[in-house]
Design a protein around this ligand. Structure first.
Ligand code: DAH
Length: 336
């Protein structure tokens, strides 16, 4: 019996050391330690049937053999793993210095980024500078200073994501780029001509709404500004940005930070037919907003407007589903 154990151990260790891969090693492991008919298990099971005086020595030898074979298998797994990694290093080696030209596809700017840059360019020519803001905003800049008092029902119009973190209590994911009107005016002296493109967030999701989307805000404050200035600036910009034959109309609406507040429609060609499409909100900046940033409304006045960038790009190129902008499907993105 002792000799049998010795032979078993030797043959096991020999097989183990020549196992070429993990599958073969696994099969060997089963052969010796399989629950049903593992060879080591068979020996251990046989011990109680031996003569009592033999049992001690055989038991001891069997246990030592078991440990040695187990250790042999574990070592071999380790060696095989090391070999595998060493091979991967060779077979999957990446030469970061190799030129990629002609081998990979060249990327390009996302259509939303392109449109925002075009806005910066076109409004730049009209004397507007770019002011960039933060996506996490406090209640004061997102709402209160824009004339949304704490319990103002107009807050309901903006399905807000509130931040629950204790440290950021009172902060929201900004719902509108109008916050930049306040931030810019707080830091600068009038007159003002700014645009502010950026990301905004609302709890909304379907073919025409995304919980994250982009807006562009425009603010012009000077002396004796009227809706005629608003119309001129907007029409000039849209004719360059979208199409030379765009026309505009204003409908009365309500936003707390403007008075009067307007809904802006643009006359555009859709599938060959002319149509009035709602493109954004606008109005004459409310005196309360100016007071909130210490600008005297008896001297200064002006207009503001805000548009959804996705909506503009959808209109410009006839995109039907807004979600296409965020799926990163190159077949879609390459068309622009
Ligand atoms: N911030 C408004 C919104 O997201 C849009 C808007 C309306 C912006 C009127 C303006 C404005 O500047 O005058 O719903």
């Amino acid at each position: 019996m002792l000799q049998q154990i010795d032979e078993l151990e030797k043959s096991a260790l020999k097989k183990i050391s020549s196992a070429e891969n993990e599958e073969i090693l696994k099969a060997i492991e089963l052969e010796y330690f399989g629950r049903k008919s593992g060879k080591i298990g068979e020996i251990l099971k046989a011990i109680p049937t031996l003569e009592p005086k033999e049992r001690g020595a055989v038991g001891k030898a069997a246990n030592i053999a078991k440990k040695n074979v187990e250790a042999g298998i574990a070592d071999r797994y380790f060696v095989l793993e090391e070999e595998k990694m060493a091979n991967l290093e060779i077979s999957e080696k990446i030469d970061v210095t190799e030129p990629s030209i002609g081998k990979t596809e060249k990327g390009k700017r996302h259509p939303l980024s392109v449109f925002m840059l075009e806005c910066e360019h076109v409004f730049g020519k009209l004397g507007f500078e770019v002011a960039e803001g933060f996506e996490i905003e406090d209640d004061f800049h997102n709402f209160e200073a824009l004339n949304f008092t704490p319990d103002h029902p107009a807050r309901e119009m903006q399905d807000t994501f509130f931040i629950e973190n204790e440290e950021l209590k009172g902060y929201v994911l900004r719902t509108q780029t109008s916050d930049m009107q306040i931030r810019f005016m707080e830091e600068n002296k009038p007159p003002y001509r700014i645009i502010s493109p950026g990301k905004v967030y609302r709890k909304d999701s379907d073919a025409t709404h995304s919980p994250m989307f982009h807006q562009i805000e425009c603010l012009m404050i000077d002396k004796n500004i009227s809706l005629a200035n608003l119309r001129f600036i907007l029409l000039t910009a849209l004719r360059e940005l979208i199409s030379p034959d765009v026309d505009l109309r204003f409908r009365l609406s309500y936003f707390p930070f403007v008075e009067p507040g307007l809904e802006v429609d643009a006359l555009l060609k859709v599938d060959g037919k002319e149509k009035w499409l709602e493109i954004g909100g606008a109005g004459m900046v409310h005196p309360n907003v100016l007071k909130n940033v210490n600008v005297d409304p008896d001297i200064w006045n002006g207009f503001a407007f805000g548009f959804g960038i996705e909506r503009m790009v959808m209109i410009k190129y006839g995109v039907k589903d807004l979600r296409a902008f965020f799926e990163n499907d190159l077949r879609f993105l390459k068309q622009f």
